[in-house]
Design a protein around this ligand. Structure first.
Ligand SMILES: CC(=O)N[C@H]1[C@@H](OP(=O)(O)OP(=O)(O)OC[C@H]2O[C@@H](n3ccc(=O)[nH]c3=O)[C@H](O)[C@@H]2O)O[C@H](CO)[C@@H](O)[C@@H]1O
Ligand SMILES: C=C(OP(=O)(O)O)C(=O)O
Length: 420
């Protein structure tokens, strides 16, 4: 497996082009299962999770064709299977998102249960309860969710007792082809939900209220293929901005979506960064200063995103003053902390909070992480650590960051990928 070698680097400086959002692209690509003709998606990021999604769609019988580096055509009108196998689902939990579309369009679906992962148990009860409310019969046998419906799914009022991004997406897709109206209450409000709703509407669906906690979907009989450009990745953007802040640098992110990053940008300003935004760009300048530590709690959107928590723990570890970062979404999302401690970071884990008492000096070390954002937090720590940091097992990083080493090198970072 490849690894990244990172040496202490100068303050990051320059321009980085942000890719399409992984978490928007996954449901949007999967929504092609609902259409009666081919879809063309642009601004698709080049990521391992996208390759897995295309493999999954092909495995179901769809044809996929990459016509440019960021453009994919998917024709999923005719399928020869409704089974998402364990082999694919285990490498990408978002595969569960095929459940709603397959059931709505083909009346049946068998999807391997995703199981837990490094950051938490991540059950799928809200996905299953919602589909049952719409008339699906669901059994779990031999590790597979076996779902079927007699005729079409029926519109329903679905109240979710927890805010779930994936369940909101799965139910929105299923409801688009259901008979009657579905109302999802306490829906997730993430920008990726809005992106999926926009794509579904481009196919002819009637989804309204996306981006609020009350989403209404008036079911239609059929959906057509569409052309759709994926939203820019707010987490990739935030990761580069934090890297620039902790290196005391100055960068510009282009092809970004500033309106999706309010909570993150406001924390970066509290750190002492000057942040300027345009319609599709963000500039951050630390004016050579050491960042100040911040305190924050992860929350569903529009609160502070859990996918930016690890990067801010690294920032706080080297910042001036003390800070408290509390994780409220996932029960086990601090795997980066012991690795950062091996690099010399003073971080105390107190329950679900990471407390940083003051500025630590980091030293390079061999580190590895078992999830995507934890890996990113170690890469950015390597930029300011004395000596060399080796980030092993970068499989996870490749799931969610397009060519991170080339993008960071362009900003002046000393980073290279080596094959083992
Ligand atoms: C591909 C994708 O978009 N992944 C994102 C998505 O994951 P994902 O959609 O899996 O996350 P959810 O919003 O569903 O999870 C939020 C919380 O709800 C719990 N839960 C969820 C579903 C359910 O049926 N029952 C239940 O209890 C989860 O265990 C978790 O504690 O949103 C997360 C929260 O913003 C992000 O960290 C992930 O990057
Ligand atoms: C947790 C993440 O992704 P996934 O839901 O695909 O595991 C993430 O993007 O940080």
């Amino acid at each position: 497996m490849d690894k990244l070698l990172i040496k202490k680097s100068p303050p990051l400086k320059g321009t980085v082009k942000i890719s399409g959002a992984k978490n928007a692209a996954l449901p949007v690509l999967i929504s092609s299962l609902l259409a009666d003709s081919a879809c063309t998606f642009t601004n698709v990021p080049n990521l391992r999770d996208i390759k897995t999604t295309l493999l999954l769609l092909k495995d179901l019988g769809a044809t996929t064709n990459q016509t440019a580096s960021d453009t994919v055509e998917i024709d999923a009108c005719k399928l020869d299977s409704v089974t998402a196998s364990y082999e694919l689902v285990r490498t990408m939990r978002a595969s569960i998102l095929v459940l709603g579309p397959l059931l709505a369009k083909h009346g049946r679906a068998n999807v391997s249960l995703p199981g837990g992962c490094a950051i938490g148990a991540r059950p799928v009860n809200l996905h299953l309860n919602g589909l049952e409310k719409m008339g699906a019969k669901i059994d779990v046998e031999e590790g597979y969710i076996r779902a079927s419906v007699n005729g079409r799914l029926k519109g329903a009022r679905i109240f979710m007792d927890m805010v779930s991004v994936g369940a909101t997406e799965n139910l929105m897709m299923a409801a688009s082809l259901a008979e009657g109206t579905t109302v999802i209450e306490n829906a997730a409000r993430e920008p990726e939900i809005v992106d999926l709703a926009n794509c579904l509407n481009a196919m002819g669906a009637k989804v309204s209220g996306a981006g609020t906690d009350n989403v209404t979907i008036v079911g239609v009989e059929s959906l057509q293929g569409c052309q759709y450009s994926i939203l820019p990745d707010r987490i990739e953007t935030g990761t580069f901005l934090v890297a620039a802040a902790l290196s005391r640098g100055s960068i510009r992110c282009e092809n970004a979506a500033p309106h999706t990053l309010d909570a993150v940008l406001s924390k970066l300003e509290q750190c002492g960064a000057s942040v300027t935004v345009g319609e599709d760009w963000i500039e951050l300048d630390m004016h050579g200063k050491q960042p100040k530590a911040v305190s924050l709690k992860t929350m569903p959107h529009p609160g502070f995103p859990t996918d930016m928590q690890a990067q801010f723990v690294t920032l706080n570890a080297v910042a001036q003053g003390s800070g408290v970062i509390t994780e409220t979404i996932f029960e086990n999302r601090f795997m980066h902390v012991p690795e950062l401690q091996r690099m010399g970071a003073h971080i105390d884990l107190e329950g679900n909070s990471a407390v940083t008492p003051g500025s630590s000096s980091l030293r390079g070390a061999q580190v590895m992480a078992t999830d995507l954002r934890a890996s990113a937090s170690l890469v950015i720590a390597g930029l300011i650590a004395e000596g060399q940091t080796t980030v092993n097992r970068i499989y996870h990083l490749d799931r969610g960051y397009e060519n991170i080493e080339a993008k960071l090198s362009n900003l002046g970072a000393n980073i290279e990928r080596v094959a083992e």
